[in-house]
Each structure stands twice: as structure tokens, then as C-alpha cells.
Design a binder for this molecule. Structure first.
Ligand code: GLU
Length: 429
């Protein structure tokens, strides 16, 4: 199943190739990852048992700079999933013109079953295993699904212990006091919001007349839900890993977010102060959420949610991919036939890695930015690249995803060309 994920991811590259004129060298280079590391991480559990966890780090391509990408903790993590995610990071960084290639890491673990002590030992153990593979000028990890600033802080600390000097730029998404950046925690959602706001006038829509369903109520989904709620969108459904809630007249997102933060449960509530009352709603599954009769669908959880099995039932007219890889390539074709506009992950969720880049810059210069500056620079980049991709899609009559790949491929191609290609060496150009 996951080996299929990489084949499916590569299909997007194939779809874009006919619209670009880049050296064959670049295309060859992008077929396989630069390097892949598999490790096993021994962890002494609180009850005295020794458990071994499989971990991975894949550096996909570093033509445009050191590789960059998060570390995921999830029971389904496999080398093929990590490789696909590293592939997407390569295109994401190029889409936003960040001076990075793509990478990804992961540990096959259900972090919810670990104590905090075990989680710290596992995180430090991961760095012990990959320390020679990463570095501020080599490969820079960050948070991803079920990892957070605390974990990034432990990892930075462990790397600094191994190297015997403080090295904040080795990892991003750290706590503020350890060299984190203001605005990194909300960056993925904020970036997605800027993309959505740039696209809305192009499709003649206003927030007030747009109903929205959001799958995933983690760092990206919940913050985005709140931003959109405040901007006037009608959020009618949200879900977390256990299931979702739906209310056709709209949900009160700040109350739900407050309730989830204090209880870890997702409930349709309306809160006044600290008192939250349950409001009328339907309980739905994650699968049902995807096919609700809404204007906009935002998958913000995991990959492979919209596939050829359910794409024909999707009723939304607009999809913004906040998760990585939520739509399969077969589903893409079906959505396209139905006239559904899909704004792809490598653009929509690129706000996270963009502010990671700002964090890395701040770590290396030692000069820390104000929140307004972070958000202003993020907005400028997200809007600019959305506009560019929109223009490519219009000029070449392609889906937005293909246009985003064309845009990224042109930048990667230029970098390959700068190092010399077959036609340069043989004097043909
Ligand atoms: N994990 C995030 C992503 O998929 C952020 C990566 C980063 O900040 O390097 O884009």
C-alpha cells in the first residue's frame, strides 16, 4: 500500500513533465531519493522493558540547498511513506523558492501510548541515530504529524550535546526560548489562509456565502478553522482522528477549540467564559465529512483520504489540501472531470516550512524578528507564489496541481542546469 504511495506521488511529476523544458539530468535526478537511512531506536520503557522502534530519514534532493522536512510519529510510518513525504518537500520548497531541497523523517510509533519520559527518550534516541545525517547545512528537520515544539527542543538539545556546541539551526519549530520563531506554531494555517484568500476572488466567492468542512483538528486544521471563522466563513464540519461533528448552520470554532484544548475531546459546544454547553449537531465519521454537501473541503489530516473510491461522491467545488498528499492521482482525474478545483498541498501547506526557513535564518544571524514581520513576509511569499501558479495554470490550461509542479520543476531544473548538464558538456548549448 505505501509503496503505491510513492508511485502515486511520482505520477504528479510525470503529469507536469510535458509542460516543462528542463534538462533530462534533472528528471533523472528526481526519480529516486539522494539517500535514505533506516535506524532502530532502543528505548528503555518506564516499566524496565527495552523496546526497539523503527525510524527513518530520507533526503530526497539537495540541488537547491540543504534538505528540509519534518519528523512524523505515527503507527503507519514506513520508509515508503517517508520517501513520498520527502519527495513532496522537494517540490514544496521549490514552489516557495526556499533555498532548500526536500527531506522527511519518521518513527513508527503511536506516541499517545508513551509516557512523557518515554517520548523524550525516544526523541533523543532518534537524534543519536541520525546525528551524522543531519546538520544546519545538510538536513534540517522540523515538526510534522504528532511531533511538537517540545520534541524539537529535546532534539536540538541532543544534537548540541553530541556536537558539543549549541546548534539551534539544526532543527526548526523549536520552543521560543530555544531559538524558535514567533509565528511558527500558526504558520501552516496562516499560509493556507493566505492561499485561500488569494484564490477566493478568482473563483468569485465570498467567505460569508461559503460553507466549509475541515478534516483534521490538529495544529494546522484547528488554527485554520479559527482564522476562517473569524474571516466570516461558515465552518459546518470539523473532525479529529476519532470522528467529526456537523451542524448545518455553522459551528462556533473558538468554543470548540477551547474545549478541545482543555479536554482533548472534539465536541460541538458554545462557550461563554469557561462554561461550555453542547449545541445541536450530528456526529459524523471522517469518511462522511469528505462527501458533505459543502462549498469548500479542507483535508488537513493524513494522506490518501480522497481516492478513486470516494472522489465521485465529493460535493465540494473547492478543495484546499492542508495535509500532505490527501488526494490520490486517480482521484485527481475524477475531481478534474467533475470541475472541482484542487489547490495542492505543495502550495497550500507550505506556510509551515516557509516560517521554518525564517527560523533557520534567525538562528544563523542571531537577530530575531517580530511576529508582524514574520507574518508579513509569509503573506508576501504565499500570495506571490499563488499568483504565479495561477498564471501558469491559466496560460497552459492545466490543473493547479500540475501548474505548481511545473513552477517547482522549472526552479529545480535551473539549479541542475547551473551545475552543468549533458548539453553544456557536449557543447550543444
Ligand atoms: N512538516 C511540515 C511540512 O510538511 C513542515 C516542514 C518544515 O518546517 O521543515 O511541510
Amino acid at each position: 500500500m505505501s509503496a503505491l504511495l510513492f508511485a502515486d506521488a511520482s505520477q504528479r511529476l510525470q503529469n507536469a513533465l510535458k509542460y516543462v523544458n528542463i534538462p533530462d539530468d534533472a528528471i533523472e535526478r528526481l526519480k529516486l531519493p539522494k539517500s535514505s537511512l533506516k535506524v532502530s531506536i532502543p528505548v528503555r520503557m518506564d516499566n524496565g522493558d527495552l523496546r526497539i522502534f523503527p525510524g527513518y530519514r530520507v533526503r530526497y534532493d539537495d540541488t537547491r540547498g540543504p534538505t528540509k522536512g519534518g519528523i512524523r510519529y505515527h503507527p503507519n510510518v514506513s520508509i515508503d511513506e517517508v520517501q513520498s513525504l520527502a519527495f513532496w518537500m522537494t517540490f514544496k520548497c521549490a514552489t516557495l523558492n526556499l533555498p532548500f531541497g526536500g527531506a522527511k523523517g519518521g518513527i513508527t510509533v503511536d506516541p499517545k501510548t508513551l509516557s512523557r519520559f518515554e517520548l523524550e527518550r525516544l526523541s533523543r534516541g532518534y537524534i543519536d541515530a541520525v546525528a551524522d545525517f543531519i546538520g544546519p547545512d545538510v538536513d534540517i528537520p522540523a515538526p510534522d504529524v504528532y511531533t511538537n515544539p517540545m520534541i524539537m527542543g529535546w532534539m536540538m538539545d541532543q544534537y548540541s550535546i553530541i556536537k558539543r556546541h549549541i546548534s539551534p539551526a539544526v532543527i526548526t519549530g523549536k520552543p521560543l526560548t530555544m531559538g524558535g520563531s514567533l509565528g511558527r506554531d500558526t504558520a501552516t494555517a496562516m499560509g493556507a489562509f493566505f492561499v485561500i484568500e488569494t484564490v477566493m476572488p478568482k473563483v468569485n466567492r465570498s467567505p460569508e456565502s461559503t460553507t466549509v468542512a475541515i478534516q483534521g483538528f490538529g495544529n494546522a486544521g484547528a488554527v485554520l478553522a479559527e482564522l476562517m471563522f473569524k474571516a466570516g466563513y461558515k465552518i459546518v464540519a470539523v473532525s479529529d482522528s476519532k470522528g467529526g461533528i456537523y451542524a448545518k448552520d455553522g459551528l462556533d470554532i473558538p468554543s470548540i477549540k477551547h474545549f478541545k484544548e482543555s479536554t482533548r475531546h472534539l465536541k460541538a459546544v458554545y462557550c461563554e467564559g469557561t462554561v461550555c454547553n453542547i449545541v445541536e449537531h450530528d456526529v459524523i465519521t471522517n469518511e462522511e465529512l469528505l462527501t458533505l454537501d459543502v462549498d469548500m473541503l479542507i483535508p488537513a489530516a493524513l494522506e490518501n483520504q480522497i481516492t478513486d473510491a470516494n472522489a465521485n461522491d465529493v460535493k465540494a467545488k473547492l478543495i484546499f489540501e492542508v495535509a500532505n498528499g490527501p488526494t490520490s492521482s486517480a482521484a485527481d482525474d475524477l475531481l478534474q472531470q467533475k470541475g472541482i478545483l484542487v489547490v495542492p498541498d505543495i502550495l497550500t501547506n507550505a506556510g509551515g516550512v516557509t516560517v521554518s526557513y525564517f527560523e533557520w535564518v534567525q538562528n544563523r544571524t542571531g537577530l530575531y524578528w517580530k511576529l508582524d514581520e514574520v507574518n508579513a513576509q509569509l503573506k508576501e511569499r504565499m500570495v506571490e507564489e499563488t499568483e504565479r501558479i495561477w498564471t501558469i495554470a491559466t496560460d497552459k490550461s492545466t490543473p493547479i496541481r500540475t501548474a505548481a509542479y511545473v513552477h517547482a520543476l522549472n526552479r529545480i531544473g535551473e539549479a541542475v542546469e547551473a551545475k552543468g548538464t549533458k548539453s553544456y558538456y557536449l557543447g550543444a548549448a
